[in-house]
Design a protein around this ligand. Structure first.
Ligand code: PBG
Length: 333
């Protein structure tokens, strides 16, 4: 009998043994918390599709940052909601831009906290696209043609102004071809050779970004992002995207979204040695929150499994709106 089958349960017998054979662990330093900064004063406004996530005005962002620092989370990702937008996204690369102000504030008061700047134009353009748009009509439909090379110049300018404000890491999310190349060159020219680029190398045209676009008021006003973000059906293309970013000088690679793209995380992990980031996006957060509020799922259990899944698939770091929650739970363990 003893030879006939394998007793896997021997290693599951006690909590102590289970902890010794555990292959993947979560640590608070795996996590990056996104924060939203907006104009005005005394604003702490909950994003309706993202319970527990708020838009803060500059005078109140400190409350949120303090909490993040107290929980031992090492990094934040800063997103800005500007008061005014225009066709070329000037607010993205203005010295007085909302993100630049927020970065300066955070670095002044919390110098140890790693500040990651999302480099994109979509929160700052009135049309909501990630670059410069030339719109034209075909058969009564408006087509948004985002000019790649013109956009690169503005994105490079944005990255440099974020670095000048004090950003520790530049994270371009705009999906223009050559964005790592253009941003690396501009950063180097401006004397920021030591600022790493966390490239949103593999970013899909995903319905999972819906709640974020509510938060950042950045939904495209016409057309969609399918001519620059990736087709969710493709994984070989993800390797080509990652490859070109590595060649252009990316220091870290990201896959976004995460939940429906675990195979992509695994594929990128197996093909590249750079640190790998999973972005657990707004729609993934919203789904869990909504079900939890109904009492249909165990939020802590579900979130913990998701986070373990991202790490098991190959992620070294996770950008998630659950970062504070996870850090709190880890402290209780
Ligand atoms: C900016 C950007 C987006 C997200 C991160 N950076 C929006 C988009 O591409 O539409 C989405 C993040 C999320 O859904 O949590 N381009």
């Amino acid at each position: 009998m003893s030879q006939a089958f394998t007793r896997h349960r021997r290693l599951r017998k006690t909590a102590a043994i289970r902890s010794m054979v555990r292959e993947t662990r979560l640590h608070r330093t795996d996590f990056i918390q996104p924060v939203f900064v907006t104009y005005g004063t005394n604003v702490k406004q909950e994003i309706s599709s993202m319970p527990g996530v708020y838009n803060f005005s500059m005078d109140r962002i400190g409350e949120e940052i303090q909490e993040i620092v107290d929980l031992g989370i090492p990094a934040v990702m800063v997103f800005g909601v500007p008061e005014t937008k225009d066709s070329v996204g000037s607010g993205a690369y203005s010295e007085q831009g909302i993100v630049q102000q927020a970065i300066r504030y955070i670095k002044e008061h919390y110098p140890q906290l790693v500040v990651i700047a999302d480099t994109c134009l979509c929160e700052f353009t009135d049309h909501g696209h990630c670059g410069v748009v030339h719109a034209h009509e075909i058969d009564g439909h408006i087509h948004a043609d985002v000019d790649n090379d013109e956009s690169l110049e503005l994105l490079a300018q944005t990255a440099v102004s974020q670095a000048q404000a004090g950003a520790d890491i530049i994270a371009p999310s705009n999906m223009m071809d050559g964005f790592v190349y253009a941003i690396r060159a501009a950063l180097d020219d401006a004397g920021f050779q030591d600022i790493p680029i966390m490239s949103y190398a593999v970013k899909y045209a995903s319905a999972f970004y819906g709640p974020f676009r509510e938060a950042a008021q950045s939904a495209p006003q016409f057309g969609d992002r399918k001519s620059y973000q990736m087709d969710p059906a493709n994984v070989r293309e993800a390797l080509r995207e990652a490859e070109s970013d590595v060649q252009e000088g990316a220091d870290m690679l990201m896959v976004k979204p995460s939940l429906a793209y675990m195979d992509v995380l695994r594929a990128v992990r197996e093909n590249f040695d750079l640190p790998l980031v999973a972005y657990n996006v707004s729609g993934e957060y919203a789904m869990v929150k909504a079900a939890a509020q109904q009492g249909w799922i165990d939020e802590r259990g579900i979130v913990t499994e998701m986070m373990l899944g991202f790490k098991r698939a190959g992620a070294d770091m996770i950008i998630t709106y659950f970062s504070k929650d996870v850090a709190r739970w880890l402290r209780e363990e």
